[in-house]
Every structure is written in structure tokens, then in C-alpha cells.
Ligand binder design. Structure first.
Ligand code: NDP
Length: 326
């Protein structure tokens, strides 16, 4: 097996030299075990924010094909979704608990690509689904702002808010992304935060204020959105990618605004809903089949290019979900 070890603590944007690829000799299978070969691997922002300790294998979820098995629940030929980390081959007994629970056989998703189990039909889809609906509770006619809107989570969260009948504004980092949100995904408005003044645009796009803010980025963008929140507004604090590279800069929400606008901020981690995981995936699959939720993937070819794919995603090179295809 080829395995990526995390060997040097990240400083700023991760570098190739922060990783070491090693060859690992895998033992013979014991009863109850199976051998899986990676076909798609996920690169996600949390790997930057919370990697395991230096010296450990890089964390991550992958879709892998069972190529040998002594476990009847994981027969040869099946595709498995597992938190095996950045590895080409893995021996599992199907019982190891990772961040997102135990490995599972990919349910039948028809003609859809198995890679979607890492995106709209997996963790990012469920993050948007549960985070927005359980915490943000958008109501028809309300205004919802989504930051990181063209990414894996944000693109889905905005579309779910549309399904719920909201006025949806997406904030993203390029003209192409902003155009995609409105033209393809049906957002009402979008803002390119790199070239436009977010404050001025929000004044025009949300003249009656913002009721719910699905926040993927934190920092300056969020500080600006907060000024537009209505009294009793809800903030779904999903992520803070603008802060992950500078963990020592404390740049939070403006407390005076929180107090006087009487805002509620919900921090959450999606594994809170592990016991309802399938519910989210079944609903997302239905919306995808009905054409109500569209998705895009940014695929990078080759296990050797994991670091490039990771850095590309962290620096905004992706539209929708960033995935590595082996
Ligand atoms: P994305 O697909 O959104 O990829 C990351 C994106 O972040 C980039 O494409 C880039 O888009 C944007 N970005 C990078 N730097 C900055 C910056 N300084 N300011 C603003 N935007 C920036 O990733 P995911 O959808 O997988 O994750 C989105 C967020 O959700 C992350 O913060 C992540 O940690 C969080 N998350 C939280 C979970 C939870 O359980 N709470 C679960 C999953 C994800 P652009 O071109 O627009 O800048």
C-alpha cells in the first residue's frame, strides 16, 4: 500500500514537504477482514484545520473497491465508503470507527458516479442538509446568505434554501463561480467577494435584511454579513476556511452586533447526525434525480496528486466537490 504520512506541522498553505509517501507491506487477511483498493479519495478543508498528530496517516474518506475478502458483509467487487485515510490499499474488518462512523457498502445509486458518495451523497451533502434544515430552519420568503457558496457544502446548502422557497444570495471567489450559482443552480443573487464590495451588494440584494446566514468561511466576509442580519437572525457556523491557515488570528463575529441584533449562532459538526446519515443521503439522491439539486465535481487524476488537489481546493481552484480519482 502507498500511504501519505503527515510529517511536518502545516504553516500557512500546506506544502508537499509536509507529507511523506511510504510503501507499507500489508499482511495476509485474517477472518473477518477485507482488502479495499481506493478508487476515489476526498480532500476536505477539515484536513487543514484538524489533521491528526504529526507522524500519523493523513485522515480522509474514500470510495474503495473490495478486492479480497474474508468478511461476508463486504464481498469482493463491492464499493465501500470508509474513513481509511490517504492510502491506496486498506485492510479493514468493517468495524473501525472513524470520524464519520464505520465503513459501509455504497448503496445502489443507479447511474450516478460512486464519487458522489464523497460529495452531494455523502458528508458535504449531509452537512448542508442537516446544518441548514435542523439549525438554520429557513422559512419560505426569508433571505438566506451562503458563504463559500460555490464549494461542496455551500452549493448544496443554497439549493436546499431555494427548495424551501427562500431568497438566496451566494458569496464566492470568482466571476465564473458567481455566474454558475445564479445561471445553473438557481440562486437569486451572487457576489464575487474578491472584486465586489460585499456590504454594498448585500444592501441592494437584501434590502429587508438577512434572516439566516450559512457560514463556511468566517473572517471579514462574515463580519460584513452580520451587519445585515435581521433581529433574531440565525447563523449556521459550518466552517471558517478563511481562518484555517492563520489559527492564531482571532477574528470572530462582532459581539455588539450579536447582542443588539439578538442573533443565534449554531456551531456544529456533521457527525452529530450519524444516526440519521442515510435519511440525508436518500433525500439528497431524490432531489438530484428530480433535478432539484445540481452538483459539480472537480476531479484530479492520480493518487500521486493528492497534495496538489488538496492545496487547489484550499485556494479556491475547485467548483463543487474536490475529489481525487485513482
Ligand atoms: P469547498 O468545496 O467550499 O472548498 C473550499 C473553498 O473555500 C474554496 O473553493 C474557496 O472558494 C473557499 N475559500 C478558501 N479560502 C477562502 C477565504 N480566505 N475566504 C473565503 N473563502 C475561501 O469546501 P467544503 O464545501 O468541503 O467545506 C466548506 C466549509 O465547510 C469549510 O469551512 C469546512 O471546514 C466546512 N465543513 C464543516 C463541516 C461541519 O461538520 N461543520 C463538514 C464539512 C465541511 P472561493 O473561490 O469562493 O474562495
Amino acid at each position: 500500500a502507498k500511504v501519505y504520512k503527515y510529517v511536518k506541522e502545516f504553516e500557512g498553505t500546506p506544502k508537499k514537504s509536509d507529507f511523506k509517501v511510504i510503501e507499507e507491506e500489508l499482511p495476509e487477511l485474517k477472518n473477518g477482514e477485507f482488502l479495499a483498493e481506493a478508487t476515489y479519495l476526498s480532500v476536505d478543508p477539515y484536513m487543514r484545520a484538524h489533521p491528526d498528530a504529526v507522524g500519523e496517516t493523513m485522515v480522509g474518506t474514500q470510495v474503495a473497491k473490495v478486492i479480497k475478502s474474508k468478511n461476508p458483509k463486504f464481498p469482493v467487487g463491492k464499493l465501500v465508503v470508509g474513513g481509511f485515510g490517504w492510502r491506496s490499499h486498506t485492510i479493514s474488518n468493517g468495524d473501525e470507527e472513524a470520524f464519520l462512523g464505520k465503513p459501509y457498502v455504497l448503496p445502489d445509486i443507479g447511474d450516478l458516479s460512486p464519487s458522489l458518495a464523497l460529495g452531494v451523497l455523502g458528508m458535504p451533502g449531509n452537512t448542508a442538509y442537516f446544518g441548514l434544515l435542523e439549525l438554520g430552519k429557513p422559512k419560505s420568503g426569508e433571505t438566506v446568505v451562503v458563504s463559500g457558496a460555490a464549494g461542496a457544502v455551500g452549493s448544496i446548502a443554497g439549493q436546499i434554501a431555494k427548495i424551501k422557497g427562500c431568497n438566496v444570495i451566494g458569496i464566492a471567489g470568482s466571476d465564473a463561480k458567481a455566474k454558475w450559482l445564479v445561471d445553473e443552480l438557481g440562486f437569486d443573487h451572487s457576489i464575487n467577494y474578491k472584486t465586489q464590495n460585499v456590504h454594498e451588494e448585500l444592501s441592494k440584494m437584501a434590502p429587508k435584511g438577512v434572516d439566516c446566514y450559512y457560514d463556511n468561511v468566517g473572517g471579514e466576509i462574515s463580519d460584513t454579513v452580520l451587519k445585515h442580519m435581521n433581529v433574531f437572525g440565525r447563523i449556521v457556523a459550518c466552517g471558517a476556511i478563511s481562518q484555517y491557515n492563520n489559527i492564531n488570528t482571532i477574528f470572530g463575529y462582532n459581539q455588539t452586533t450579536i447582542v443588539f441584533s439578538q442573533l443565534t449562532i449554531y456551531g456544529f459538526v456533521v457527525n452529530r447526525w450519524l444516526d440519521r446519515w442515510l435519511e440525508g443521503i436518500v433525500q439528497m439522491a431524490e432531489w438530484v434525480k428530480q433535478g432539484k439539486v445540481k452538483y459539480q465535481e472537480t476531479l484530479t487524476d492520480g493518487f500521486d496528486n493528492m497534495v496538489d488537489a488538496f492545496v487547489n481546493m484550499l485556494t479556491g481552484g475547485n467548483v463543487g466537490k474536490a475529489v481525487v480519482k485513482v
